[in-house]
Design a protein around this ligand. Structure first.
Ligand code: IDP
Ligand code: MG
Length: 168
């Protein structure tokens, strides 16, 4: 089944300068990329992204982690990708490995590059949507329709009077 997955290279992946390694590993899937962007993550976006984990004891730490605020020199950015193709979610999740980097296969992305911080947070380099429903919710949260190369979900046109910044 063809599906879409939201993939995020989290701030630790950027700080550790392993973006190239991570993308090389993901390219083994031969999946298509339909969207790419660099994003400064606000607390609001972080909270919405991880809304299903809001009752977990590590939730506040997780919000700070995804915003890049847990480091001595903050790294307030992530890279966001939409991968598309046959069983995209399952295949990417297989390559990224277990959520806990200590349990992840050493050859997986999280196994090779992740760590557990001293306060117990799984700092695991990369996010991938867990299922079809989450993928749609997350892609719509991180991307606007015009930032995606294909109309993967139905869209409609509306007229707005939104204030926006344009080139001088
Ligand atoms: P996933 O990223 O493999 O889908 P989720 O359960 O959705 O795993 O958790 C989101 C993120 O929260 C994880 O990637 C990891 O950074 C962190 N996390 C999840 N479970 C734990 C835990 O038990 N202890 C510490 N951090 C965790
Ligand atoms: Mg998840």
């Amino acid at each position: 089944m063809i599906n879409n997955a939201l993939v995020l290279i989290k701030p630790d992946g950027i700080r550790k300068a392993i973006v190239g390694n991570v993308l090389t590993k993901l390219s083994e899937t031969k999946l298509d990329i339909l969207g790419i962007k660099i994003v400064k993550v606000t607390k609001n976006l972080a909270r919405q992204h991880y809304q299903n984990l809001k009752d977990k004891p590590f939730f506040e730490n997780l919000l700070n982690y995804i915003q890049g605020n847990i480091y001595e020199i903050p790294c307030n950015k992530i890279l966001a990708f939409i991968y598309h193709g046959e069983n995209a979610i399952l295949r990417i999740r297989d390559i990224i490995g277990d959520t806990n980097p200590e349990k992840a296969k050493p050859t997986s992305i999280r196994g090779a590059y992740g760590r557990i911080t001293t306060n117990g947070l799984f700092e695991n380099v990369i996010h991938c949507s867990s299922d079809l429903i989450e993928a749609e919710r997350e892609i719509k949260l991180w991307f606007k329709p015009e930032e995606i190369l294909m109309e993967i979900y139905p869209t409609k046109e509306i007229i707005t009077q939104e204030k926006k910044r344009v080139w001088l």
